[in-house]
Design a protein around this ligand. Structure first.
Ligand code: ADP
Ligand code: MG
Length: 344
């Protein structure tokens, strides 16, 4: 069977390899997988128990013989082997025949090292890719949002993910400057856990903290503050209990994380050449990533930076949709790929 024949039937695949969620885009089909970046392994045998959604259900609920792993933590690949397993298993969930995979475009955080890039590339090859291209996450997000990255105009994108917040200034297919901080949704969850410990002597799990954040968390006063019941374990008598909590309380807990993001945006603006900074002043800053969904984050950032702030449509899928556009128009986006092609 000739290569051209295979290419005709093969599926090109885009992967948003996020610290919190991994999305898989298949050319011609759209986003077919959108699951948490988590795997569960049996301790002694390393047998894969679950990947993605099923593994997330197990977070904090496993017994001693099962470990849940988040292969990407703090925006870096913490566990290469687990990353490879996750990529392979999620591609399997996408229902693409291994033999039929053509090109794979993988988005990686701009700060990844050469070793990490190599590992991602190798993992994608072993999953069946005949060609692997890497692209910076912020660039893919900008393309997904539909920013004019091909114009000599400055755009700022702030992508708030699980492990990191990435701030990038983009112009003419390139990243002019890039700031990454290890503060994102995970840090916010930890801040909520800490707050409950300190103020109420209540121990809550990560999943509970995340639910609270997504339901009533905010970065700026809400028009109507909300209340929610929180279940945890009392640290004094060890007994499970429920307390009622107000959204303003959660906002206070999140304040330091938000302040770090504000500082990083200011730092990034300071590093931006004046012409590009003036473009950003005209166009505003775009927020993407799951953290962009935090209530009133845009208002808070507007107030603290004096810049216009726009939350992207469907911020959790910007990167994957950007991958899709790259696959759909390979010639147009050739310049955004991080490395030269390496075909097998
Ligand atoms: P990554 O690219 O690192 O995988 P994502 O862009 O998928 O991250 O965003 C995941 C993060 O967004 C998680 O930390 C999650 O808690 C957070 N998130 C999702 N929805 C909301 C929400 N409504 N409010 C606040 N944070 C949210
Ligand atoms: Mg992301």
């Amino acid at each position: 069977m000739g290569m051209s024949f295979l290419n005709f039937f093969s599926s090109d695949v885009g992967i948003d390899l996020g610290t919190a969620n991994t999305l898989i885009y298949v050319k011609g089909k759209g986003i077919v997988v959108n699951e948490p970046s988590i795997i569960a392994l049996e301790d002694n045998s390393d047998k894969i128990i679950a990947v993605g959604n099923e593994a997330r259900q197990m977070l904090g609920r496993t017994h001693q013989q099962i470990t849940t792993i988040r292969p990407l933590k703090d925006g870096v690949i913490a566990d290469f082997e687990a990353t490879e397993i996750m990529i392979r298993e999620l591609i399997r969930k996408a229902n693409i025949n291994r033999m039929m995979i053509g090109k794979i475009v993988v988005c990686v955080p701009s700060g990844v090292t050469e070793v990490e890039k190599r590992a991602v590339r190798d993992s994608a090859e072993r999953a069946g890719a005949r060609e692997v291209n890497l692209v910076a996450e912020a660039m893919a997000a900008a393309i997904g949002v539909g920013l004019e990255i091909d114009a000599p105009v400055g755009n700022m994108i702030v992508d708030i993910g699980g492990g990191t917040s990435e701030i990038a200034v983009i112009s003419l297919y390139g990243i002019v400057n890039h700031t990454s901080i290890r503060v994102g949704g995970d840090e916010m969850n930890l801040a909520i856990i800490q707050h409950f410990k300190k103020k109420f002597n209540l121990l809550i799990g990560e999943k509970t903290a995340e639910d609270i954040k997504c339901n009533i968390g905010s970065a700026y006063p809400l028009e109507e503050e909300q209340k929610v019941e929180v279940k945890g374990r009392d640290l004094v008598d060890g007994i499970p209990k429920t307390i009622e909590i107000d959204s303003s309380e959660i906002r206070a807990a999140l304040n330091d994380s938000i302040a770090s993001i504000v500082d990083a945006i200011k730092l990034s603006l300071e590093r931006t050449p004046p012409e590009l900074a003036s473009d950003i002043l005209d166009r505003g800053i775009i927020l993407s990533g799951g953290g962009a969904l935090l209530k009133n984050l845009d208002i808070r950032l507007r107030e603290d930076t004096s810049m216009a702030i726009h939350v992207a449509d469907d911020p959790l899928t910007c990167v994957a949709r950007g991958c899709g556009k790259i696959l759909d128009n390979p010639e147009r986006y050739e310049k955004v790929l991080l490395h030269h092609r390496r075909s097998i």
